[in-house]
Design a protein around this ligand. Structure first.
Ligand code: BG6
Length: 462
């Protein structure tokens, strides 16, 4: 029998995302529906006690409807094993547990802080067959780039690198997966997809929520590390990459990596044209946040990709917490034939609404030659059927891992390249004394973010 083991099984991620995802995957008969689910935590639960806890989270967060019968099937697969996973001596007991359960194949999910990755990998040496198993890692992959590199070496020394799956849950989102289809299967977009026809690409990830209970983690991370270098750089590289020979596997990673490597660092003295940071008023009073914190909760970037396709077309990125609305989208703003007409815009809407919006010029109806805009708005998630049939990001990624489908996971070299770029950019900003600007909760971030684009004759697309 195979087991899906979660280290950190009593944390928020497990409750909100992993358990509902495993429930959905099981009920839709996807791969892994027969896996045993083993939860590892330090708290004292019986199997029954934990299952009762799981019931409420599944009821609240699962995509598929809750029923006693379905939950019974799911709960029957769950076991709880109490252990201090930071204690190397505790793994002999875990091996005995697997032995007694007849487990002979493994997927381990490390939903724990990165400082535990190494000790868990070392401990698993005591578990037969663990070395041939798969491991799924949650970000952050380390506290610093150097620490993450070291951790990576340690993990690769135990697991086969092909069996290490680094989650970036944005890669499991329906409309993120749709970008390549929209781009490459439609000549009306494929043939215009470069700086000759595209004036700018704008990637926005606006959030209404603040840092909530995650202040301790967030304060050491900030928007650049938390959102930009992972989720938003993944999106950027899919939007910008050359067509891979195949969309699955290493070809796609290789093309994405080329884009990341071609990101241009600003010249000394020009960081203010490339980076803008903000912090919402009240952030310093959040739980577990330093009272004099200068961590950014907002970031806007103006980036260039140094290759023939993109030379001259900026990629704008912005993300922030406690903003006036929750909205994630990619806007492709086409060049216009003259300044007296509006831009054509293709908008790929990632969330909360999933869909595609296309804006282009037409004649205003009536006896006039005035130009106005046709605004075609396709809402994919407005149909209940689509909503129910669309797996959530974690569900999709867990199934992909079980199938061994690696293209929708981050590769270490992508992470390292993005991380290094973001660190250097931040360094340049520091050297130039770039401020962390204050902004009001409920606003659209620091007003200077509008001014950044305006300096170059552009504006954020709303
Ligand atoms: C996480 C970040 O990776 O993504 C959070 O750590 C952020 O700070 C979250 O809120 C956003 O994810 P989603 O799926 O809600 O867009």
């Amino acid at each position: 029998m195979k087991a899906f083991t979660i280290f950190g099984g009593t944390g928020d991620l497990t409750f909100r995302k992993l358990l509902p995802a495993l429930y959905n995957a099981g009920e839709s008969g996807g791969p892994g529906a027969d896996y045993r689910i083993l939860i590892i935590g330090r708290r004292d639960y019986t199997d029954e006690g934990y299952r009762e806890l799981a019931r409420e989270w599944v009821r609240k967060y699962a995509r598929l409807p809750y029923s006693e019968e379905a939950f019974g099937r799911f709960a029957g697969r769950i076991g709880y094993y109490r252990m201090d996973f930071s204690d190397p001596a505790a793994y002999a007991g875990l091996e005995e547990y697997y032995e007694a359960e007849g487990v002979d194949g493994h997927i381990f999910y490390l939903a724990v802080a990165p400082r535990f990755f190494g000790v868990i990998a070392d401990g698993l040496a005591a578990v037969r067959g663990a070395r041939r198993g798969k491991v799924i890692l949650e970000k952050p992959f380390g506290e610093s780039l150097a620490a993450a590199g070291e951790l990576n070496r340690r993990l690769e020394a135990f697991f086969d690198p092909e069996n290490i799956y680094r989650i970036d849950h944005y890669l499991g989102k329906e409309m993120v997966r749709n970008i390549q289809t929209i781009r490459f299967t439609n000549p009306i977009f494929t043939n215009l997809w470069d700086a000759r026809f595209i004036e700018s690409v704008q990637i926005s990830a606006l959030e209404e929520e603040g840092v909530g209970t995650r202040g301790g983690y967030y304060d050491t991370s900030g928007a650049l590390k938390d959102m930009v270098q992972n989720h938003l750089f993944q999106i950027l590289s899919i939007v910008a990459m050359e067509r891979p020979a195949q969309f699955s596997g290493p070809d796609m990673h290789a093309e994405q990596l080329k884009v990341l490597r071609a990101l241009r660092l600003p010249e000394a003295g020009e960081a203010r044209d490339a980076l803008l940071l903000g912090q919402y008023a009240g952030y310093r009073a959040e739980k577990a946040v330093a009272p004099d914190s200068s961590t950014e909760t907002y970031a806007a970037l103006r980036l260039f990709i140094d290759n023939d396709r993109w030379r001259g077309a900026p990629f704008y990125i912005r993300t922030g917490k406690k903003l006036g609305r929750r909205e994630m989208q990619v806007a492709v703003v086409f060049r216009r034939p003259s300044s007296d007409v509006a831009h054509d815009v293709l908008l790929i809407k990632i969330q909360p609404t999933e869909g595609v919006y296309l804006q282009f010029n037409i004649k205003r109806p009536g006896d006039t030659d005035e130009v106005t805009q046709a605004k075609m708005d396709f809402c994919q998630s407005c149909s209940l059927e689509n909503r129910i049939n669309t797996p959530e990001a974690y569900e999709r990624l867990l199934s992909a891992c079980i199938r061994g489908e690696r293209s929708w996971f981050s590769q270490w070299d992508q992470i390292e390249t993005s991380w290094r770029f973001v660190e250097r950019l931040r360094e340049l900003g520091r050297a130039e004394g770039l401020p962390v600007l204050n902004y009001e909760p409920g606003s659209m971030g620091p007003p200077e973010a509008d001014a950044l684009l305006a300096r170059f004759g552009h504006g954020w697309f709303h």
